[in-house]
Write a protein that binds this ligand. Structure first.
Ligand SMILES: C[S@@+](CC[C@H](N)C(=O)[O-])C[C@H]1O[C@@H](n2cnc3c(N)ncnc32)[C@H](O)[C@@H]1O
Length: 314
């Protein structure tokens, strides 16, 4: 069992470092991975249950459909490796008696352990090896797993990378999984702006709580006393770049010290907290090709709002 306290510390150190980098930019930004402390992971789980959040519902429907084909596509003695596994709820749709090992990888370690325990209760014969991992980097997989490796990157997380780092992720996932491996990727598609915007700004305000949780996390790591009520959440779909952009907007002039440096947050200034890029079949296919993967198969829902790609590393 890996050490929870150690990973909490690593995450806090990298959060401080990224805050300093992100707040030094002209347009302040925080990478979306820092949403996911234990509270953030719980808020995200609530989001996945919202009516407006079509991503989870649609992806699960497609997974159910493709679960019938799994036995024909793959051999026996499989290892499932999930990047950013979260609640590990979706993977349960695909587990059958050919799957011997499951390696969920996540930075939200406390939540990862809790999800793994829940899954182990449902699948007592499955060997589950939860591992703390920053999936942007190459990761050395546990030795005891079988050689038939199938990766999963679900939840449209491929759209969350700043600075076009999704290509780097796909390249490193190839290195992590090795030759002759496969990778399923959940890809959200360009569609009606209203459907997209509702998903990221729900009527119950859970998306807002998820984003405002960053203020608590900043207070915890920097020992500051910022108030959630002095920020508001805002998001919109930018059709020029096919991307949802999420922000915290400061309601007043504020100051913040990061590593002894003073940062001013002006009234009405925006801090970017997340992006979610939307793709077409062609834009995603060419991205995978540029990262060295081959598209083996793909599935859509009936409205073509969402897709799951199966990629092969040859
Ligand atoms: C959008 S949620 C998706 C969760 C789940 N896969 C789903 O489809 O519902 C992103 C997940 O990836 C994890 N995560 C985010 N950035 C990560 C990183 N750099 N390395 C590892 N895990 C990360 C988060 O903790 C969270 O569990």
């Amino acid at each position: 069992m890996q050490n929870y306290k150690k990973f909490d510390k690593i995450e806090n150190i990298s959060f401080i470092k990224e805050l300093e980098i992100g707040f030094s930019k002209k347009n302040k930004k925080i990478p979306s991975r820092f949403h996911y402390d234990l509270n953030g992971s719980k808020y995200f789980e609530e989001i996945t249950k919202l009516n407006e959040y079509y991503v989870t519902k649609t992806e699960k429907k497609i997974l159910k459909q493709l679960s019938k084909e799994m036995k024909n596509i793959f051999d026996n003695n499989l290892t499932f490796i999930e990047f950013g596994s979260g609640s590990a709820d979706k993977i349960s749709v695909l587990i059958n008696d050919k799957v011997k090992f499951y390696v969920p990888l996540d930075i939200s370690y406390d939540f990862l352990l809790k999800s793994s325990i829940k899954l182990a209760e449902r699948f007592p014969d499955l060997s589950i090896i939860p591992s703390y991992c920053d999936y942007v980097k190459k990761f050395i997989l546990p030795k005891k797993i079988s050689k038939n490796k199938i990766g999963f990157f679900l939840g449209s997380s491929i759209g969350n990378f700043y600075d076009k780092k999704e290509k780097k992720f796909l390249q490193n996932a190839r290195k992590t999984l090795g030759n002759n491996s496969f990778l399923f990727v959940g890809v959200d598609l360009i569609k009606n702006k209203r459907i997209i915007e509702k998903a990221y700004n729900d009527s119950k305000g859970i998306s807002a709580k998820f984003n405002l949780n960053l203020i608590n996390r900043i207070n915890k790591v920097l020992k500051t006393n910022l108030k959630q009520k002095d920020f508001k959440y805002s998001s919109h779909y930018n059709e020029k770049i096919n991307t949802v952009e999420c922000f915290l907007i400061s309601k007043k002039d504020q100051k913040l010290f990061i590593c002894n440096k003073e940062f001013v947050i002006k009234k009405n200034e925006k801090i970017q907290t997340e992006i979610s890029k939307k793709f077409t079949f062609n834009t995603f296919s060419s991205l995978t090709k540029s990262a060295g993967w081959k598209v083996k198969k793909y599935w859509f829902d009936k409205n073509k709002h969402y897709s799951i790609f199966l990629l092969q590393n040859q």
